[in-house]
Design a protein around this ligand. Structure first.
Ligand code: XCC
Length: 662
C-alpha cells in the first residue's frame, strides 16, 4: 500500500460494537470488513469522541471574544455570559443560527435550480429542457400567473421572475405564500412572521444573533419562524418545483435500494449530494454509447450508476435509479472496494470520504465550486456544459475498473420497493384520473380508516443505532392506522426494511390496510429528497383546502418526526413545519435545556400562539406515542374521534345485513 494510503489509515483503538450502532445489514458487514482492513468510519469516531455536553444543551456562547462563555446545564439561570446574556438569549441565538444555516443551504440549492431554469428558457443551457410543461403551468397558475392561451416560454419567463422574489424581495410576501391556507397565513401575518425574501430573512437573523442585538428569546424565535418559512415555502419549494419542471414530476417507480445494487462485473459510479443537475448529466453520460463502448473495452459488462443520500433519493423517485444507502452508509459503501468513482456536490459530504476513498483506490471527485475537499480531485461542474465534468468522472471510473487495487466484497442485500409519490400523484392515486382530488384521503381520515398522516424524515446519525428509530417508529405508526410519508435518508431506511412495497400493508392497522389494499399502495410513501419535504407542505395545504379537517394546517391530524437527525438543515425543516402548524418530534438530542423559558416556548408556547410545537423523544415507541396522542387530540378537536371508534363495515356486517333483509 502506498504511503498516502497508509496515512489515511488510523489506529482503531476500541472495538466497535457493530450490532449496537447499526441495524443495516450491509453497513454492519462493511464495518466488520473495516476492522479487517484497519480503517475507521464516523461510527468509530463517534465512539471515541464523546459529544460535548455543554454544546449539546446549547449552553455555550462563542459569538464574541469576551468568551467563549459556558453556562451550567444543571443550573441554567445561575449565571450569565460576560455580556449578561441569559441562557434563553444564548440558546435562542444558537438555534437561530442553525435555522439560518439550514435555510441558506436549501435556498442556495433552490437558487441554483432557478438559475438553471433561467439558462434553459433563455437557450443558454442546451443540455436540459422543460420536461413537464403541465407542471410548469400548474406551478405558475398556483401563484397567480396567467397561463391560458400563453406559450411555454412566456409562462416560464414570468415564473422565473416571480420565483426570483423568493430570494431577492425585500418587502412583501414570498410568492408561494399564495399556496398557504388562508387561516394559516392570517396567523403568520398576525405574528409578523410571513417571510419577505430568503436573503433578507437570513441576513436579518445573522444580524440579530450578533453580540448585543436581539436579546429577547421570544422575538428571536419569531425571526427563526420567518426565516424557516422562507425555506419550506420558499427555497426548498422552488428547488422541488423547478426540478420537477426540468426533469419530470415523479410517478411511482419500482427500484432497488441497498449495497446489493453494486455489480462486481460493471463499472460502479455513485453520486452523493443534493443538487439533481449533476445526477441528470451523469445519467446521460453513462448511457452514451461511446462511453459504454469504452467500459466494454475495459472488460466491464456495463456501467452501473447508483445514488446515495438526497440526490440519490431524488433520482430514485424520479427515474428509479438504484440507491446504495443513506448518510451513515456512505463510508461503508467505499469499504466494499466496488465503487470505481464517487462524485459529490453539496451538503452532507463527510470530509473523511476523501482519505477513505484513497484506501480503496476509489476515484473521489468534488464537482461544485462551493464545496471542495482537501485531498479530493476537483472536476468542476458547469451547467452550460455539464457533460465535460460527468464524462470525465465516467472515464476515470473506467480507468479504476481496469485495475481495481482492492478486494471487492459486495453485501448481497437489495430491497425492491415503490418510490416516487409526488403530491400530484397522491392526488391522482386516491381520486383516480377522472376525479383526482384529496377527497378520498380526507374522507378516509374523517371516517377513521386512516387515523392521520405522519411525515417521518431526515438523517441518520452515529450517536444512535442506524435506521432503528426510523423503522420502529414507522412500523408503530402504520400499525396505528397512520399513513406515513417520507423523504431523505429516512425513506432509504424504510426501503431497506421492505416497507415501501404494497404488501407491507399487512403490517398496518385494519383501516389503513383496507385503504392500501383498495388503492394498491404501500402504507409508507416515499416522496424524495429533503427539499421535497415541501411536497408534504403542499399536501397539507391540499388537505385543508379539500375540507372537513379544519381551516388551518394546525387543525389537521398530522405530525412529523426526524428521529435520527444530525444536520442544521433538519432544524430549519423542523422549525418550518412547527411554524406551519405541525407537531414535530426530534430524536437523538435537542439543543435546549428543558427547564428554560426558551425550551418551553418551542415545546408549548408556539402551539398556544396557534402554530405547531416541538417534541422530543429518543425511544421510537415513546416518539410514536407522542405523535399518536397529538393526532388523537386533533381528531377530538375536529369532532371525528367517534368515527374512528366506530366499527368499520366488514364482511360480517354484510352477512348480517343480508340475513336481516332475506
Ligand atoms: Fe440525509 Fe439530505 Fe440528513 Fe443529509 S440532511 S443526512 S436526510 S442527505 Ni437533508
Amino acid at each position: 500500500m502506498v504511503e498516502e494510503k497508509k496515512e489515511a489509515k488510523k489506529e482503531v483503538k476500541k472495538e466497535l460494537p457493530i450490532s449496537e450502532v447499526t441495524t443495516c445489514k450491509s453497513t454492519a458487514q462493511m464495518l466488520r470488513k473495516a476492522a479487517e482492513d484497519g480503517v475507521e468510519t464516523a461510527f468509530h469516531r463517534a465512539m471515541e469522541m464523546k459529544a460535548c455536553p455543554i454544546g449539546a444543551d446549547s449552553a455555550c456562547c462563542k459569538h464574541c471574544a469576551m468568551g467563549p462563555c459556558r453556562l451550567s446545564s444543571k443550573n441554567p439561570y445561575e449565571k450569565t455570559g460576560v455580556c449578561g446574556a441569559t441562557i434563553d438569549t444564548i440558546a435562542s441565538r444558537n438555534f437561530a443560527r442553525m435555522v439560518a444555516c439550514g435555510t441558506a443551504s436549501h435556498t442556495d440549492h433552490g437558487m441554483t435550480m432557478l438559475e438553471v431554469f433561467r439558462g434553459v428558457i433563455r437557450g443558454e443551457i442546451p443540455d436540459y429542457q422543460i420536461k413537464d410543461e403541465q407542471k410548469l403551468r400548474d406551478v405558475a397558475a398556483s401563484i397567480g400567473i396567467e397561463v391560458e392561451g400563453r406559450g411555454v416560454k412566456e409562462v416560464a419567463e414570468d415564473l422565473y421572475h416571480e420565483l426570483e422574489k423568493t430570494y431577492t424581495q425585500v418587502e412583501g410576501e414570498i410568492p408561494f405564500t399564495k399556496r398557504v391556507p388562508k387561516k394559516t397565513l392570517e396567523k403568520w401575518r398576525e405574528l409578523g412572521i410571513v417571510p419577505r425574501g430568503a436573503m433578507r430573512e437570513i441576513m436579518e437573523i445573522m444580524h440579530r444573533s450578533h453580540m448585543g442585538v436581539d436579546q429577547d428569546y421570544e422575538n428571536m424565535v419569531k425571526q427563526c419562524s420567518r426565516t424557516a418559512l422562507a425555506d419550506g415555502w420558499g427555497g426548498a419549494m422552488v428547488a422541488t418545483e423547478i426540478s420537477d419542471i426540468l426533469f419530470g414530476t415523479p410517478t411511482p417507480v419500482v427500484a432497488g435500494v441497498d449495497m446489493g445494487n453494486l455489480e462486481e462485473g460493471k463499472v460502479n459510479i455513485i453520486v452523493h449530494g443534493h443538487e439533481p443537475n449533476l445526477f441528470e448529466s451523469i445519467i446521460a453520460s453513462v448511457n452514451d454509447p461511446k462511453l459504454l463502448e469504452e467500459a466494454k473495452a475495459a472488460g466491464a459488462a456495463g456501467i452501473n450508476l447508483l445514488g446515495m443520500c438526497c440526490s440519490g433519493a431524488e433520482v430514485l423517485s424520479r427515474h428509479g435509479v438504484p440507491h446504495a444507502g443513506n448518510f451513515m452508509s456512505v463510508e461503508p459503501v467505499l469499504i466494499t472496494g466496488a465503487v470505481d468513482a464517487m462524485a459529490v456536490d453539496v451538503q452532507c459530504i463527510q470530509q473523511a470520504l476523501a482519505p477513505l476513498s484513497k484506501c480503496y483506490g476509489t476515484r473521489f471527485f468534488t464537482t461544485n465550486p462551493r464545496a471542495k475537499i482537501e485531498g479530493a480531485d476537483h472536476v468542476e461542474f458547469h451547467e452550460n456544459r455539464p457533460r465535460e465534468c460527468t464524462d470525465k468522472v465516467v472515464r476515470m471510473a473506467i480507468e479504476r475498473f481496469k485495475s481495481r487495487p482492492a478486494k471487492v466484497v459486495i453485501p448481497q442485500n437489495k430491497s425492491l420497493g415503490v418510490h416516487g409519490f409526488s403530491h400530484e400523484y397522491v392526488n391522482y392515486m386516491l381520486g383516480g384520473s377522472f376525479r383526482s382530488s384529496y377527497v378520498p384521503l380526507n374522507d378516509n381520515i374523517i371516517n377513521g380508516r386512516i387515523r392521520g398522516v405522519a411525515g417521518v424524515v431526515g438523517c441518520t446519525n452515529p450517536r444512535v443505532r442506524q435506521d432503528y428509530v426510523h423503522v420502529e417508529l414507522v412500523k408503530e405508526l402504520i400499525k396505528n392506522d397512520i399513513l406515513v410519508v417520507q423523504t431523505g435518508c429516512s425513506q432509504i431506511a424504510l426501503a431497506k426494511a421492505g416497507l415501501m412495497k404494497p404488501d407491507a400493508a399487512v403490517l398496518a392497522g385494519d383501516g389503513l390496510r383496507e385503504v392500501c389494499e383498495t388503492v394498491g399502495m404501500p402504507p409508507v410513501l416515499g416522496l424524495g429528497s429533503c427539499v421535497d419535504n415541501s411536497r408534504i407542505l403542499i399536501a397539507c395545504a391540499e388537505m385543508v383546502r379539500t375540507g372537513g379537517l379544519g381551516e388551518s394546517i394546525a387543525d389537521l391530524p398530522v405530525a412529523g418526526a426526524a428521529p435520527e437527525w444530525m444536520s442544521e438543515k433538519a432544524i430549519a425543516i423542523g422549525q418550518y413545519f412547527v411554524a406551519s402548524g405541525v407537531f414535530t418530534v426530534f430524536g437523538v438530542t435537542f439543543p435546549t435545556i428543558t427547564e428554560t423559558k426558551f425550551h418551553k416556548l418551542l415545546f408549548e408556547g408556539l402551539e398556544k400562539q396557534g402554530l405547531g410545537k416541538w417534541g422530543f423523544a429518543v425511544d421510537p415507541y415513546e416518539m410514536a406515542r407522542l405523535m399518536i396522542d397529538h393526532i388523537n387530540k386533533k381528531r377530538e378537536a375536529l369532532g371525528i374521534m367517534a368515527a374512528r371508534e366506530r366499527k368499520l363495515f366488514d364482511m360480517a356486517d354484510r352477512q348480517k345485513l343480508e340475513a336481516e333483509s332475506a
